[in-house]
Design a protein around this ligand. Sequence first.
Ligand code: NI
Length: 174
Amino acid sequence: MTIHPIITIPAAVLRKTCKPVERVDGELNQLIDDMLETMYAAPGIGLAAPQINIPIRLIVMDISREDEDKQPLVMINPKIVSFSEARRRHEEGCLSIPEYYAEIERPAGVTVQYIDRNGEPQELTTDSFLATVIQHEVDHLDGKLFIDYLSRLKRDIVIRKFKKAKRRASNTTL
Ligand code: NI
């Protein structure tokens, strides 16, 4: 298994609309295992393919606690088909925006349709914390980041900070 480097803002791949997965085969399953490994190593509770520079509609998640067995959840071509009217705020973070957290309000529940790693169509309805994670990860597939829900001022401050940090990093390697 391969642990991939995780892409951080302001990389262009994080702003792309990702392409649907066309075939669920051994190669895709290898990529899924790599993504899970990369997510667990980070550590994170969700990872979308564009975050490892592969702009396809594939997400992996695991919201189990450390003292529980792993519960990996893999969604290929996920589509949220309904949102609850009730909304909820959660503190969110993102492996592509390291060490930044903010409270984001989203619909509290969702129903999502997707293909599992065996190629079978599935549907899941949840109004637990998983609903927030699913929305965050599906957003990645449309080039959307959780900071986009913040005020423009706050978002610009975050983006500027990361641009500056990247410039600093490249200066020191020259
Ligand atoms: Ni994220």
